[in-house]
Design a protein. Sequence first.
Length: 64
Amino acid sequence: MTVQELNGMFKQIKEYTPNHVNELLDFAKRAYVQNEISFNQYRKLVRELELQGAFIPEEVEQFS
């Protein structure tokens, strides 16, 4: 799955365009947790989204 495909899936399900790549990162995480995408797909998407500026907020990282 590509970021473009993830973006299309996001638009179809959420019925709006994501405002920031972090929304796609959250969406990819949900898709992985719900077994909609594989670990390899998730890992690839995270890498691509991070290159586009996505990040995990610091508050969340503190509790991981």
